[in-house]
Design a protein around this ligand. Sequence first.
Ligand code: HEM
Length: 222
Amino acid sequence: MTDWSNTLAFVVFPYLAITVFIVGHAWRYKTDLRRWNAGSSEFLHKGSLKYGITIFHWGALLTLIGHAGGMLIPQRLYDLAGISASAHNFLAYWAGLVAGLLMVPGVIWLLARRLKQERIAAQTSFNDYLLLVFILLVSAIGLYNVVFTHYDVLYSVAPWIRSIVVLAPEPGLMEPVPLSYKLHILTALALLGYSPFTRLVHIWSVPLTYAYRSYVLLRRPA
Ligand code: HEM
């Protein structure tokens, strides 16, 4: 990649995606709060949802935790905790494999169900399909990287992400990175920017209070 295209891809584009992500959520919250939800389709066809949605969500949550823990925390802190780079890579490989093998079949299941079940297909918008195809693309490239590419991200992609977070971008770190990793990152950034305009907004409304809510009392009428 030439210098300028590397800067465009790994400085300009990430900040653009992050800005759209933040402003987009604020705009959606202000203007479209009534549709700020997961858009459940359970009542349209329950049986076909259970397994797909469960394996998909376990994969997605593991992916989010793995990416945050593995990339945002510098390797020197892992070293201090006694976790060497090779142990870290070993852990990342197995966690990535499990997450990918849950998420990719999970999202294919959710897509197939929307296409196959008539009642759900009738309620599915272009945006719903696009979101699932987008997630499939990002997660399938991620899984491909885990299985076939084996590139060490600890001293390249990870410090680049941290440089973006602390507003001191170092695009040079991304130059030697294999194309399939670059594609994974660019599609993931595009998904980040697209997410405020989809049902993914439900991620920010995790029903944590549900665990300690008051009981609902049901009484027979006297
Ligand atoms: C944080 C905890 C989360 C909770 C409690 C949650 C809950 C839900 C619920 C209740 C549904 C609706 C299922 C239905 O009845 O049709 C749903 C759908 C969905 N969730 Fe989550 N979710 C969470 C995190 C995530 C994450 C991290 C992702 C990341 C990609 C995600 C992606 C999706 C997608 C794409 C759908 C739509 C599936 C479809 O189109 O059929 N969720 N979620």
